[in-house]
Design a binder for this molecule. Structure first.
Ligand code: PEP
Ligand code: MG
Length: 336
C-alpha cells in the first residue's frame, strides 16, 4: 500500500527520462514475463525491456509451446514496445524454476542442470525458441537475445552458432529479418573473470545480480535461514560489478543489470556511479528509482561509490548510503 501511494505520487514522472541533475541519461528498462507486465511497464514509462523471462510462459503451460505458439507470445512483447529494445532471455529453467512436464531430479539443483546448460543439451528446444523469437521480430527488428547462466566462452560460442543457424534457416525460408543482437548474462562467478572475453564475442552483457550474489556469497537466494547473509551490497559483489562494467567498456560493449538490485534506489545510485548503461527492474520499482536518480548528480553518486568502496562491512555500506541519501532529503523512496 505504501508503494502504491508513493508510485501514485510519482505518476508525473512517467514521460520524463531518467536524467541526473548534471545531465547524465541512464535508461530504465523493465523486467517482464507475462503480457500483463507490458501494460504496467508502459504506464511507468519504461525505455525498453531489459529482461523478458521467457520461461514464465513455459511454466504456465502443460507442454512445450510449439514454434507458432511461441511466435505469437514473443510478437506481442516485441510489438508492444516497438521501436524500443526488447531483450528476450532464452529458456532459463532448472534451479528454482521447474517445468512440470520436464522434471529434473538432482540433489543440488542450483549447481546442476540450469539455463543454457539444458538448452545446449537439447538444441531442438533451443532452436525452436530462437527461431520463434527471430521470426516474431520480422519487420520490428527490436529483438535482443539474452543467454542465461553462461559459465564460459564455450557455451556462448555454441549458443551463437545455433542462433546463427536458426537465423540462416529463416532467411532461406524467405523471412526478411535482421540478425538480433546477442547478449550474455553475467550471473556465475566464472563469467565475471571471463567478462572481457565474453564481451568481445557478444554484443552486450547483462548482470543477473540475483544469481551472481547467490553464487559469490554461497547463499541460497530462497533460503530464509540464511537470508541475512544474502546481500548485494556486500563489498565482494560490488567489486565484481565494477569489474564487469570495466570489462564490457574495455571491449566497447554496453552493460546492463537486471537483478532485483537494479530496482533498489539505494543500490541504483551505486550502479549509476559504476557506469552501467541501463538498469532493468520490476516496473513497480521504476518510478522510485527514476525519482531518486533525477535528484542526484553523477558526480555525487561517484563520490558515494568511492566512499563505500573503502568499506569492508556490508552493514556499514547500507547505513552510510541511507544516511547520505537521507541527508539529501531523499529518504521517501528508500527501502527500510
Ligand atoms: C538474476 O539472476 O539476477 C536474474 C535476473 O535472473 P533470475 O532472477 O530470473 O534468475
Ligand atoms: Mg538468474
Amino acid at each position: 500500500e505504501e508503494e502504491r501511494l508513493i508510485n501514485k505520487d510519482l505518476d508525473s514522472l512517467r514521460s520524463l527520462p531518467c536524467v541526473t541533475l548534471d545531465g547524465h541519461h541512464l535508461p530504465l528498462w523493465v523486467n517482464t514475463g507475462l503480457l500483463a507486465d507490458v501494460k504496467r511497464a508502459q504506464q511507468r514509462g519504461a525505455e525498453g525491456v531489459g529482461l523478458y523471462r521467457s520461461e514464465v510462459a513455459f511454466m504456465g503451460s502443460s507442454r512445450f509451446p510449439s514454434e507458432s505458439e511461441q511466435v505469437l507470445m514473443y510478437r506481442e512483447q516485441l510489438q508492444a514496445f516497438h521501436p524500443l529494445p526488447v531483450t528476450m532471455r532464452t529458456l532459463d529453467i532448472g534451479g528454482d524454476k521447474p517445468l512440470s512436464y520436464f522434471p529434473i531430479k538432482e540433489s543440488n539443483p542450483y549447481l546442476g542442470w540450469r539455463g543454457i546448460r539444458i538448452t545446449l543439451d537439447h538444441p531442438e528446444i533451443f532452436l525452436v525458441q530462437v527461431r520463434a523469437m527471430i521470426k516474431a521480430s520480422a519487420g520490428l527488428n527490436n529483438l535482443h537475445i539474452l543467454l542465461p547462466m553462461i559459465s564460459g566462452v564455450h557455451e556462448l560460442d555454441d549458443a551463437q552458432h545455433l542462433i546463427h543457424r536458426a537465423w540462416g534457416e529463416l532467411i532461406n525460408e524467405g523471412v526478411d529479418v535482421q540478425m538480433p543482437k546477442i547478449g550474455v548474462m553475467i550471473e556465475v562467478p566464472s563469467a565475471v573473470y571471463q567478462a572481457k572475453e565474453l564481451a568481445r564475442m557478444a554484443d552486450f552483457l547483462s548482470v543477473g545480480s540475483n544469481d551472481l550474489t547467490q553464487y559469490l556469497l554461497a547463499v541460497d537466494r530462497n533460503n530464509a535461514r540464511v537470508a541475512a547473509l544474502y546481500d548485494y551490497l556486500h563489498p565482494a559483489v560490488l567489486m565484481a560489478l565494477k569489474e564487469v562494467v570495466c570489462a564490457a567498456h574495455a571491449e566497447g560493449k554496453p552493460v546492463s543489470i537486471c537483478g532485483e538490485m537494479a530496482g533498489d534506489p539505494v543500490a541504483a545510485v551505486l550502479l549509476l556511479a559504476m557506469g552501467f548503461d541501463s538498469l532493468s527492474m520490476n516496473s513497480t520499482h521504476l518510478p522510485k528509482v527514476k525519482w531518486l536518480l533525477r535528484k542526484m548528480t553523477l558526480e555525487h553518486a561517484q563520490e558515494l561509490l568511492e566512499e563505500v568502496s573503502a568499506m569492508d562491512n556490508p552493514q556499514l555500506i547500507h547505513s552510510t548510503l541511507n544516511l547520505a541519501l537521507g541527508n539529501l532529503g531523499l529518504s521517501k523512496v528508500l527501502n527500510p
